[in-house]
Design a protein around this ligand. Structure first.
Ligand SMILES: [Cu+2]
Length: 109
């Protein structure tokens, strides 16, 4: 099971105080064997945070949304994570700079 859904504590807290809470969920993508370990594309709801976790023993990777014109994010070394919250619907392709062919897409709806 590569995808785990975690309801953030913040959702619980905001509900506890009776305020209107926005959708807040974290989806984890485990990276191993030079692959983003998730179905492709991965569809999530607006407001979802996607967290990539490097499960490799030695290899670093990146999650680069180059098509949007972003600079490449820092490399993710083993046991490190990188995350992004998707607040707008759309199609978000990404890839790993060091590994040609290592790519993925997040669809936000
Ligand atoms: Cu990589």
């Amino acid at each position: 099971m590569n995808i785990k859904l975690i309801i953030k504590a913040g959702l619980f807290i905001s509900l506890s105080f009776g305020s209107v809470s926005s959708f807040s969920e974290t989806v984890i993508i485990e990276i191993r064997d030079d692959l983003y370990g998730t179905r492709q594309p991965l569809t999530v709801k607006v407001g979802t945070t996607v967290k990539w976790v490097n499960m490799e023993k030695r290899q670093y990777h990146s999650v680069w949304f180059e098509a949007e014109g972003f600079e490449e994010a820092d490399y993710i070394f083993p046991e490190e994570t990188w995350e992004r919250t998707f607040d707008k619907p759309g199609v978000y392709p990404y890839h790993c700079e060091p590994h040609e062919g290592m790519s993925g897409t997040i669809i936000v709806e």
